[in-house]
Ligand binder design. Structure first.
Ligand code: BES
Ligand code: ZN
Ligand code: ZN
Length: 495
């Protein structure tokens, strides 16, 4: 989407008119330049109460001499917040059809600065679809990018233009994460992800990407990554991103679970919805997407990311329930269920990050447990941390972006449960199924290294319920959401 912010009264293409609930006419400053016929039609509709401008609603007007219009409900002015405005922006894009053309003129007058910025952000984020694998007819080919002309008060154009530009940059990271998440698992396997990362780094001088290959992972003793990935002919790898490596650390580090397909392995999953396990790499999609967002928005400080890539397949060479593996940390794990694989690859990623990458804090993201979806539904990611300050900052950043991260407990009892294997240092399965997302987090904590006698500040985001499939996420049509790219960009940059 191309966004231009101006203060003139030009209308190009379809007029888009966001309205507060209860408006019975167009405000004077929003109405300039609108053809009389269209203006009459709008006023008639509003005065008759045919469009009440409730939030989540939109109406198309057409058939007059004066051109076409989309009316969009902003809901009650006193209830407006950044998320309701993002959703109204998204509604504009989802209401647009071929008849409206690809040029929209959005009138934003008498709306507070940050709310305007959120509406534009919502438009940008909703303007995404994954159609790489769809054949297109000629007409569809012709439909180009959306062009949006936003008009607002003269003294607000500069700030709105800057925020729209930032939203576009960050959206590139969100869309990269969605593209990776949506990609089919026959095409997006660990090495394919690594290649995309290397290709992206080739185009950015301030980004270095290093790939730890399967053979190197074996030599280095990364038993978690190797154990999960060895059953597939598409071998696992670890992908390390370093942005602005010439700047001093310690730096934020994002670690992502990247299971390009999770069959469960020998502890195989049931068939229904198994296709959704292509999204099991969304943690790594978010880590890559965050790096893209930072690179595109021109962030100048050092940030690192680690993606733990593997395909979890059953085969003659797959790991078995009962195996004991030795992770990169030196700690052993009794693998009681091969479907609890995310924590195994992350154990190596976390240890590598904490011991090699000069980190100030580590945040991992993983579609880790069905239990997290049971606890929080699709409305929030679970958030665990060994550091209250980091937890508070992530929670606040999530709230700011409308990507809720909800605090969950790291009780000692959970750690005990995960470290009481009869024959190894840890076990990858809780003693029962209760609190499954908490025991998973407690397992991960065992693999966060210490620095100067204290465990590195670390947080874990379980995105199993938020990475895809949330019907209430109005900023996404379907498929991968790109969850937390914006949260992390905001957390790291403050922007
Ligand atoms: N990738 C799944 C978790 C998942 C399931 C995410 C459904 C989103 C939707 C993970 O690898 C897994 O299978 N976890 C098991 C853990 C269990 C065996 C302890 C689970 O949640 O059932
Ligand atoms: Zn699994
Ligand atoms: Zn998984």
């Amino acid at each position: 989407m191309k966004v231009n912010v101006e203060s003139n009264e030009n209308i190009l293409g379809t007029l888009v008119l966001p309205l507060w609930q209860g408006s019975d006419s167009i405000s004077d400053n929003a109405s300039s330049g609108i053809h009389r016929d269209l203006r009459n039609q709008i006023d008639n509709v509003l005065q008759a109460g045919d469009f009440k401008a409730k939030s989540g609603t939109a109406m198309t007007l057409a058939g007059t001499q004066g051109g076409k219009a989309i009316l969009v409900g902003l809901g009650k002015q006193e209830d407006a917040n950044s998320q309701s405005m993002r959703e109204a922006g998204a509604k504009i894009v989802s209401s647009r059809s071929k008849m409206h053309g690809t040029t929209l003129s959005v009138r934003l007058h008498g709306i507070e600065d940050s709310l305007m910025a959120s509406l534009v952000e919502g438009m940008i984020l909703r303007d995404y679809s994954y159609d790489h694998y769809k054949s297109k007819d000629e007409e569809e080919e012709e439909e180009g990018d959306l062009e949006v002309l936003v008009t607002c008060e003269e003294d607000k154009t500069k700030a709105l233009s800057a925020s729209a530009e930032l939203s576009c940059s960050v959206a590139k990271g969100v869309f990269m994460a969605r593209d990776l998440g949506n990609a089919p698992p026959n095409d997006l396997y660990p090495q394919a992800y690594a290649k995309q990362a290397l290709d992206f780094a080739d185009k950015h001088d301030n980004l270095e990407v290093t790939v730890i290959s399967y053979d190197q992972a074996v030599d280095m003793g990364m038993g978690g990554l190797v154990g999960v990935g060895m059953g597939s002919i598409r071998k696992p790898c670890m992908v390390i991103f370093e942005l602005n490596g010439d700047k001093p650390g310690p730096s934020p580090c994002i670690v992502g679970k990247g299971i390009t397909f999770d069959t469960g392995g020998i502890s195989i999953k049931p068939s229904p919805s198994m296709d959704e396990m292509k999204y099991d790499m969304h943690g790594s999609a978010t880590s890559f997407g965050t790096i893209v967002a930072l690179a595109e928005s021109g962030w100048k400080e050092r940030v690192v990311a680690v993606s733990c890539m593997a395909e979890n397949m059953p085969s003659a060479n797959a790991q078995r329930p009962g195996d004991v593996i030795k992770t990169y940390s030196g700690k052993t794990v009794e693998v009681l269920n091969t479907d609890a694989e995310g924590r195994l690859v992350l154990s190596d990623g976390l240890w590598y990050a904490g011991t090699h990458l000069n980190t100030s804090y580590i945040i991992d993201l993983a579609t880790l447990t069905g239990a997290c979806v049971v606890a929080l539904g699709h409305e929030a990611s679970g958030l665990w941390s060994n550091d209250d300050e980091l937890l508070a900052k992530i929670k606040a950043a999530g709230e700011h972006c409308g990507e809720i991260a909800w605090p969950m407990p790291l009780f000692k009892a959970f750690e005990k449960e995960m470290t009481d294997s009869k024959i190894a240092d840890t076990r990858n399965l809780g003693a029962g199924r209760w609190g499954g997302s908490n025991t998973a987090a407690a397992f991960l904590k065992q693999f966060v290294p210490e620095k100067d006698g204290k465990q590195i500040p670390w947080a874990h985001l379980d995105i199993a319920g938020t990475a895809w499939g949330a019907k209430t996420n109005k900023l996404v049509k379907n498929g991968a959401t790109g969850i937390h790219v914006r949260t992390l960009h905001h957390l790291i940059t403050g922007q």
